[in-house]
Design a protein around this ligand. Structure first.
Ligand code: GCW
Length: 717
């Protein structure tokens, strides 16, 4: 072989190995090198015995085999019977033999239907390790959890874990269109190849299901909330059915978005009025047709009378009428309706932040049992930081599910490294005070505050057909972290970062420590360089890429950034206190007081709730103008610090991912400066003040920033 050919082949092989790493997400199953751990694992993992032979259990067994072989370089023996010790036994409660069932009886009382047990037990004086649950999907969750222990190099001695998910519906919302574009998608096109379905089953569907199962996600809405009725025609339902068949053994249910006007568009009816008997019947028949194909179909997600989508109000009805009509259609089959509360109207002159609460809160207790209202984490729209949505805790008789956005529509697309579990945790840990101190959003979401029967967390997916699924290698951590928090909304973001880094990259402490810190600080960095001190929605129009605080020409006032920052000669910020729109009154009295009072309002939310003068004194003694400018600079500095951290990690990880992240951080740094300069130059027109010491001078003019146009920014429909 000539040298050049050799080099070419070498590059090709190492490229594909690296690219596979990107694709393998947090399921790398890297070989462990620490000799102590290796010897401990090897002695306790000699063989696998699985009770049961469902598709799911086969997947679980295979996963264990693959994982152990790859991590230990030792192929576990697959045995039929329990003999000797140190067997790894898997199987669901009722497929276990009676000795095991007896030995674990009290453990099964500790878990719910989807929970699992991982336990070292002595059976007839012989040590065994068992992974079990009440059904096979729960066993699969246990297996992935066990492999997580291995991937993070935890000891397997004397394990005694009983872990159950705290929410029922742990679901991804794909804003995927039938033409495979993805609304607010920054990782390529949709995974769903509708053209080739149902006959062609892309390996990606299987890998997608596996990845989701590994973090406990149990549902997926395949289609965009800005819905197309065609998905409900037989031609497409056949394709949906094929996907459902792939996902089923992984415990993932399929859901669809229901376009409210579907009875007209594909049903030839004259109306979609939810009180019209023909319409009601049409949906009942549609549900029957779907459940015939997909007996475990999850139900519908609906965006109605929001941003131009059709809905019950088109017929003089309300959200309750619409949701309950659909609920009746799916109820006989055990389906649910996830009805979104993301509403605001061009005909409503009220503060947009108040509209969803104003409209939905009075409906409390009026929805059918199988309706769950899906509420975004904040009252505006997935901003880098928002106070928690006032609806949380305010509808005691209605199950509310959380809607987070995993795709980074307002947080730098798939270009910026932002670890979102920090944001998710901040929201979940917020205290609504609706039932006294300690009434956190997490307790609303997991149903413990009001004893709700159905509970759930949705995440708008950041997944596309990019080789690495999410565009940015670190955006994988947001998918992962979403799943982990949906399983347990009380998990700590730092623990999640730690698990993810170890499973995705390396267990080397020299890598973990600084990179984890970098992840943990990344969310505050993006807040600082985009929207510090409670600023929000000042991104450029439509595509939401880059700064656009100057935009003021859109037809609907609340689509204009100037509506949100209200900068003028006197100061900046949106007065939502009593002297303003009184949005603070939508919170429980304790929270209302906290936000309403300028003295007690957390500074991170200051300009969300108050319009304050440029000379207003911040807690650190700076004037607002200086403090704001310094925050923007701090954000830029934080990105520079992230780069410094990352640049030292090359020796711990593969070169491809190292370089990818390095390039992305370089862009993030450039864009952080762009945000800082554009926003400060714009606000400076009103403050009329010099930039304080320590803030770099812009190298471009405001006109230059205003002139930038991005007609082909991704994800913009
Ligand atoms: O965040 C906004 C987006 C829209 C989206 C809408 C929603 C799917 O800009 O693209 O539409 O919210 O959540 O319905």
């Amino acid at each position: 072989m000539t040298l050049s050919r050799f080099v070419f082949l070498f590059v090709l092989i190492s490229f594909s190995a690296s690219a596979q790493k990107d694709y393998k997400l947090w399921l790398q199953y890297n070989k462990i090198t620490n000799p102590e751990i290796v010897s401990e694992y090897k002695s306790s993992l000699k063989s696998i015995i699985s009770f049961g032979n469902s598709e799911t259990l086969k997947i679980a067994t295979k996963e264990l085999e693959t994982g152990i072989l790859s991590i230990l370089d030792q192929k576990p023996e697959i045995k039929k019977e329990i003999e000797g010790e140190n067997n790894l036994i898997i199987g669901s409660q009722f497929s276990l033999n009676s000795d095991l069932q007896k030995a674990l009886q009290s453990d099964f009382e500790k878990i719910n239907n989807e929970g699992f047990i991982i336990k070292s037990i002595a059976l007839k004086n012989k040590k065994q390790l068992i992974i079990t649950g009440k059904n096979d999907v729960a066993v699969l969750y246990g297996v992935f959890s066990f492999l997580r222990l291995m991937q993070t190099n935890k000891s397997l001695k004397d394990l005694n874990i009983a872990d159950s998910p705290k929410t029922n519906i742990r679901i991804l919302n794909h804003w995927d269109n039938l033409d495979r574009t993805v609304e607010r998608g920054y990782a390529g096109f949709s995974l769903w190849n509708w053209q080739k379905l149902p006959d062609f089953i892309d390996q990606r569907y299987i890998d997608y299901a596996r990845a989701n199962a590994s973090i406990g996600i149990n549902g997926t809405v395949l289609t965009n909330v800005n819905a197309n009725a065609l998905i409900l025609t037989p031609q497409y339902l056949e394709k949906v059915e094929a996907l459902a068949n792939v996902f089923r053994p992984y415990g993932i249910k399929v859901y669809l978005t229901a376009r409210f006007s579907a009875p007209i568009e594909i049903g030839n009816l004259k109306t979609a009025d939810p009180k019209d008997p023909e319409v009601m019947n049409w949906w009942k028949n549609k549900a029957t047709e779907i459940y015939k194909r997909i007996p475990d179909f999850g139900g519908f997600l609906v965006k109605a009378n929001s941003e131009g989508q059709p809905g019950p109000q088109n017929y003089g009805r309300d959200h309750v009428d619409g949701a309950n009509m659909l609920a009746d259609a799916v109820a006989p089959f055990g389906g649910v309706i996830m009805w979104r509360a993301f509403v605001y109207s061009e005909h409503d002159a009220n503060d947009r932040a108040k509209q969803a609460y104003a409209e939905f809160q009075p409906y409390d207790g009026k929805f059918k049992e199988n309706v769950i209202v899906q509420v975004k984490n904040g009252a505006i729209d997935f901003q880098p930081r928002e106070p928690f949505h006032p609806l949380f805790g305010a509808m005691p008789k209605t199950p509310l599910m959380m809607e987070f956005q995993i795709t980074q529509e307002y947080l730098g697309f798939s270009t910026h490294l932002v670890f979102l579990p920090k944001l998710f945790q901040e929201v979940l840990a917020s205290d609504t005070y609706q039932k006294g101190k300690g009434s956190t959003v997490a307790k609303v979401v997991d149903g413990s505050l009001y004893n709700n029967k159905i509970t759930g967390i949705a995440g708008v997916a950041n997944i596309g057909n990019d080789l690495n699924w999410t565009g940015h290698p670190f955006a994988q951590a947001n998918w992962y972290g979403f799943g982990r928090l949906a399983w347990n909304p009380y998990l700590d973001a730092e623990v999640i970062a730690d698990e993810w880094l170890r499973s995705t990259f390396s267990n080397d402490e020299n890598f973990i420590k600084p990179v984890k810190k970098m992840m943990m600080e990344s969310r505050e960095a993006v807040v600082n360089y985009m929207t510090p001190l409670g600023l929000h929605h000042i991104m450029d129009t439509g595509h939401h890429y880059g700064p656009g605080p100057w935009v003021s020409n859109l037809s609907r006032p609340e689509w204009n950034p100037v509506y949100y920052h209200k900068a003028d000669k006197n100061g900046i910020g949106f007065d939502r206190s009593k002297t303003g729109t009184n949005a603070t009154a939508q919170y429980a009295p304790e929270v209302e007081k906290l936000f309403d009072n300028l003295e007690t309002c957390p500074e991170k939310d200051l300009l969300w709730f108050h319009h304050v003068s440029w000379d207003y004194k911040l807690k650190n003694g700076q004037t607002l103008w200086n403090g704001l400018a310094l925050k923007y600079q701090e954000g830029v500095n934080q990105v520079a610090a992230m780069q410094d951290v990352w640049n030292k990690t090359g020796k711990y990880i593969d070169s491809e991912r190292f370089h990818e992240v390095q390039m992305l951080l370089e862009i993030q740094y450039k864009e952080a400066k762009w945000w800082r300069d554009a926003c400060l130059l714009y606000f400076q027109q009103y403050s009329g003040k010099e930039l304080p010491l320590g803030v770099e001078k812009p190298t471009q003019t405001l006109d230059y920033f205003k002139s930038l146009k991005f007609p082909f920014a991704p994800g913009n429909g």
